[in-house]
Design a protein around this ligand. Structure first.
Ligand SMILES: [Zn+2]
Ligand SMILES: [Zn+2]
Length: 362
């Protein structure tokens, strides 16, 4: 689903996280199923006889709407947050809005791609987020994924801290959204792969995830990635352990189809010859679910080269400083296949997003 988000009053483009239209001052909320902004007055709006309320976390920057019959005043993204820092950790709380914004983008994208999201409050092992802070007194934060819960360190969303970690880990690219997409990969590996045949194909591509994680971690931090890592891996970190390879590749799949979707919504079109990689026009699509991975990656190769040119003309580093080799292509194809296979119908998605069962307040 799509397309360019617009102000309900003046019809100008607005960013996904907009609360008030910068052009005409209309206060607005996002109805996530149809992806349309509605004008809100006193925290509510009525559309076709149905009342929608603004999410109770609006003071934290959440602009989603909640339907009148939803079981909670928080939207389906905010309900996924299980823990957050203490009220007196003001530095961390300042960053909470930033991470929640990236999380809403992730949740919207998963909704578009179609695999099911079941919350931590709906079933054991369901998806949840502990958004904590290593700056809070006495809190040791172990970032990562365990049993459905994604833990992130809000201190790391401070730009200087994230940049220091990025340089230390030798990563060309590290953002809050990228981090969440990576951790979501850990969660979805177990959700999307459920039968032995698919697991064995996964192991052929990524390696056997049952090998010791601790040994792999020690090895990685002592010796780093092997010399020729880029032949078969999307990043150095992906060489660490098969779990990390899957998560890194999953995150890249989300980067690729998410950015293609945005390019399509903007109406970007590359003429033949505008890229060194295609001699036909490139018309990105908002949805690649019914396309081959070959088409997806071919569009992306041309588009990412164009975006790199844009960045270089501003003196910035490349938007997409990665090379997709044939082994990485096969891994991306596998992820494309298992995500597409798990696709829910629109009605099922509506049900999940608007009326998730269960109560997170206990
Ligand atoms: Zn407007
Ligand atoms: Zn919300």
């Amino acid at each position: 689903m799509s397309t360019t988000p617009r102000c309900p009053s003046c019809r100008r483009f607005v960013y996904l996280d907009t609360l008030v239209c910068p052009a005409c001052g209309t206060e607005m909320g996002l109805q996530v199923i149809e992806r349309v902004f509605e004008a809100v007055h006193a925290g509510r709006t009525v559309v076709d006889g149905v009342t929608w309320f603004t999410c109770s976390e609006r003071d934290w920057g959440c602009n989603w709407l909640v339907r009148e019959d939803a079981p909670a005043g928080r939207c389906s993204s905010c309900r996924l947050t299980r823990r957050r820092p203490d009220a007196d950790d003001t530095i961390a709380l300042e960053k909470l809005a930033t991470v929640e914004e990236a999380k809403r983008r992730l949740v919207l994208q998963i909704g578009d791609l179609g695999p099911p999201i079941e919350g931590w409050y709906q079933k054991p092992g369901g998806l949840g987020f502990d958004l904590l802070s290593s700056r809070s007194d006495g809190e040791k934060v172990t970032i990562g994924h365990a049993n459905g819960i994604i833990t992130t360190d809000l201190a790391e969303s401070l730009d200087d801290v994230r940049e220091a970690v990025r340089v230390k880990l030798g990563e060309p690219y590290r953002t809050v959204l990228g981090h969440l997409r990576h951790e979501a990969g850990h969660y979805f590996q177990n959700v999307l792969i459920t039968d032995d045949a698919t697991w064995s194909r996964c192991r052929e591509l990524f390696g056997d995830e049952r090998e010791s994680y601790r040994d792999a971690l020690n090895r990685h931090y002592e010796f780093g990635a092997p010399q020729n890592w880029s032949d078969a891996f999307i990043s150095e970190y992906a060489t660490m352990h098969p779990w990390e390879d899957f998560a890194e590749t999953f995150a890249h799949y989300l980067h690729i189809v998410g950015t293609l979707q945005t390019a399509a919504a903007i109406g970007i079109h590359l003429e033949a010859g505008a890229s060194t990689l295609r001699d036909t026009d490139v018309e990105p699509r908002e949805d690649y679910g019914d396309q081959s991975v070959g088409r997806t990656l071919s569009d992306w190769a041309a588009l990412s080269q164009a975006f790199n040119r844009v960045n270089r003309s501003m003196g910035l580093a490349d938007l997409y400083p990665f090379t997709i080799t044939p082994p990485v292509q096969r891994k991306l194809a596998f992820i494309h296949e298992i995500i597409t296979r798990a696709r829910l119908t629109t009605a099922e998605q509506v049900e999940l997003a608007l009326a998730p069962q269960g109560d997170e307040r206990n």
